[in-house]
Structure formats: C-alpha cells, structure tokens
Design a protein around this ligand. Structure first.
Ligand SMILES: *Cc1c(COP(=O)(O)O)cnc(C)c1O
Length: 412
C-alpha cells in the first residue's frame, strides 16, 4: 500500500486480494446446495398446499383467511396421518407426548414440511416427539417470570421497558416453547380488566418508555383489541415506542391482513419482532406478509432460538439471516435455548452460538448479524456472548484479531 506504487501495481494487488476473498465463501456456497430453503422449495410447498386444501375441501380464499387457518389447525394424529406419512410407533409417541403438552399446527405451516424427510426442521418445531415426554431435566419457569410480574399481565425485568402479555394463544405451539407452562388446554385472551391493570401500571411508572405486547402471540388478539391497546398506549406521554412479538409471520402469514396493517400505520413508531428459525420458513408467502408490514412503516426484527437438529449450524444461520434481509426483516437476536422442561433435546452448547457468530462477522452483511444472547438466571436479563476480537493491549497499542483470524497490531 506504499504511496510510491503505480495505479497498475495497486490494481494488481486488489485483483489478487479479490481472488483470495472469493475463496472465503466457497464452503458456504457449496453447503447451500444441500440447505433447504423456502424460496427454493416453493413449488413443492405449493403441491403440499394443494394436497392439504383438497383434504379440507378448502378454496383459495379459505386458505388465505387466517380465521380459516386457525379453525382448521391440525391437533390430532387422526388428521395428521392423512397429511403426512407417519408410522404406527410415531403416532403412539405423538399421542403420548400430546397428552402432556399441547400441540397445534396451522395448515399453512404444515405445508412447509417435506413429507419425505422424517427430520424435517419445520416438523421438528411443530410435531411432538417422545423426547419431550421423556425429558426429566429443566424447569417449568427457568426465567422465574412469576417473580418479575408486578401485575398479572406484565413482566418487568428492565428499568425502561416491559412486556404486556395480551393472550396465551399461538397459531402454532412450538415444541421448544419457553412458556409451555402458560400454554394450557384452553386459548385465553387476557381479560380486559387485566389489560386495563397493565395499562394503569404503565401510566403510573413514568420511566417506562418501551412497551412490548406479546403472549403467547401478540397477533392472536383481534384487530379491535390491538387498535384499542395502541390507542391507549399512544395517549401515555412517556411511552415512546410500541413493539409486538408475533410468530404469525412464520406460521400463519395470512394473519397480516389489510386492516391490521392500516391500524399499525396509524400507530407508528411501532416495531415487530418475529421468530424465524430456519431458511425453510422464509417463503414467498411469508415475505409478502413482511413486505405489507414494511409498507405500513413497521420496523421488522427477528429473534432466532438456536435449536439442536434444526438450525445449530453456521451456514444455516447465515442463509437464514440473508434470506430474512430479502424479506425486509433485520436479524435482531439469536437466543441460547433455556432449560425449559420438555425441551432438553433442543439445547445446544453456548460455544456453538459463539462459533456461529464467528462465521457471520466478515462473511456476510453487517445487517445480517444479530446479537447472540444468553438469558441470565432468574430474569436478570439478556447477556451478550461474543467471540473475542481484542487479543491483548499494551502501552499505546492493542492487538486485534480480524474476521479472517489475522492478529494485527493497532496503534491506540
Ligand atoms: C426481552 C425482554 C425485553 C426486551 O428486551 P430488548 O433487549 O430491549 O429487546 C423486555 N422485557 C423483558 C421482560 C424481556 O424479557
């Protein structure tokens, strides 16, 4: 890089460096050949949808109606075995676990499953396995949420922001759910007086500037209640921003209807965090829902949970995050899975998450790089886990490690 070099010589160096850089993503590009993704698999998914629609005698309008999707959720092995090939043993195991932990899958989410792959990553997230039933470890409430709830529907772990749980219902019950204990047999919208109490709590606590509406799934509330909550929050002067947590962008994108988008566009600033875990879930239909929200002015983020056998692989996460950016969704967090009873088979080592972060920085857009966090015990907060880039420091300099693993001296 000496100033004495001619333009020609400099360009030669740049060309050599470009060749070297190309090689840095060879292994990823090779891996992509075997990573299934929703954009790529769409024709097969459409065939699955046709099969499922035929079974339910549903029209295209039915399929695109979220009330229809919700009403026709698959909740029994009797129906499931008509739509997916299941062995006798597997049926028994699903029923056994199903009698302990609730399950329900929207027809749309079911259509993402490859019927020929017994370990399909979407299937692992929605269809019970015997491992859940056999799990002896873990806690019902590892976060001690009951100890951080100053009023029934509120969870408060931070000074300036809190959660209001607006329902216990979801479009699909994740097998790795961290709030399994509150996902009972019945779908319950939080009663109006508990929501009023929560709003009162916000009104009385002026340091609270950020309200996160979730559940369950925040979008399982009806549009009128959502509009009412946002209206009420907008009238509280110290509330600066509202956020929703919803997985319907993944499991039931039909939920994002025009009316909901109109309500949101009238209540900015508003952010939505959703929960994509695998590139298979980022389909053209899901992206359409994300675009609608983006057009309404809503900021979209994604929270992934690292799940053994689903997405604990650096290339799967890189692909996921790059596909999310194509859907206008910004990767926000990757969570280390908590020790929730019935989910031990999904847990990874913290080191796997750090390796994944190591394989993002430098290799993909900074926009595709979320924060990897561990939840400190007993609700003490999200705690970032990072690969080390500062190697050592001395008088007037530090030693840093670059994304390509080169140790270099940096004058300080
Ligand atoms: C995760 C969480 C939030 C939001 O945290 P951010 O880091 O701001 O996204 C707020 N309250 C509780 C109780 C939480 O668990």
């Amino acid at each position: 890089m000496e100033p004495g070099k001619s333009i020609n010589e400099k360009q030669k160096i740049a060309l050599k460096r470009a060749e070297e850089l190309k090689g840095r993503v060879d292994d990823y590009r090779e891996a992509l050949k075997t990573i299934p993704a929703g954009f790529k698999r769409w024709p097969q998914i459409l065939e699955n949808q046709k099969r499922i629609k035929d079974y339910f005698k549903a029209s295209d309008d039915d399929w695109d109606n979220w009330r229809w999707q919700l009403k026709n959720r698959i909740t029994t092995t009797g129906v499931l075995k008509e739509l997916l090939p299941l062995g006798k043993k597997e049926i028994e195991e699903i029923d056994k676990t199903g009698s302990q932990y609730r399950w329900a899958v929207s027809p749309y989410y079911l259509s993402l499953i490859d019927p020929d792959d017994p370990d399909d990553p979407v299937k692992r997230q929605c269809i019970p396995t015997i491992e859940e039933h056999l799990d002896e470890g873990g806690y019902d409430d590892p976060m001690g949420e009951e100890y951080t709830s100053p009023t029934t529907a509120v969870t408060r772990r931070y000074a300036d922001r809190l959660i209001i749980k607006v329902t216990n219902q979801c479009a699909m019950y994740c097998r790795h759910c961290q709030r399994r204990r509150s996902i009972g047999e019945k779908d319950l919208a939080t009663p109006r007086e508990q929501l009023e109490e929560a709003l009162d709590y916000v009104r009385k606590n002026e340091e609270v500037r950020d309200i996160l509406l979730t559940g369950g799934d925040g979008f399982m509330q009806d549009n009128q209640t959502i509009a009412w909550l946002l209206d009420e929050l907008d009238q509280i002067e110290h509330v600066e921003i509202k956020r929703f947590g919803s997985r319907t962008l993944v499991t039931m994108p039909q939920r994002i209807d025009d009316e909901l988008c109109k309500i949101f566009s009238e209540h900015l600033p508003l952010y939505i965090n959703t929960h994509y875990n695998h590139p298979l879930e980022v389909t053209p239909r899901a992206r359409e829902a994300c675009f609608k929200l983006a057009r309404a002015g809503v900021g979209l983020g994604n929270q992934t949970v690292l799940l053994n056998g689903v997405n604990n692989d650096p290339f799967i996460i890189r692909k996921l995050n790059q596909d999310l950016l194509q859907a206008m969704v910004r990767p926000y967090y990757i969570f280390h899975a908590k020790a929730v009873k019935g989910t031990s088979h999904f847990r990874t080592k913290v080191e796997e998450g750090i390796e994944i972060m190591e394989n993002l920085r430098g290799y993909t857009s900074g926009l595709a790089i979320p924060t990897f966090v561990v939840n400190a015990p007993l609700g003490q907060g999200k705690t970032p886990m990072l690969p080390e880039y500062l190697v050592s420091s001395g008088k007037g300099y530090i030693m840093i490690r670059t994304w390509e693993n080169k140790i270099v001296r940096y004058e300080n």
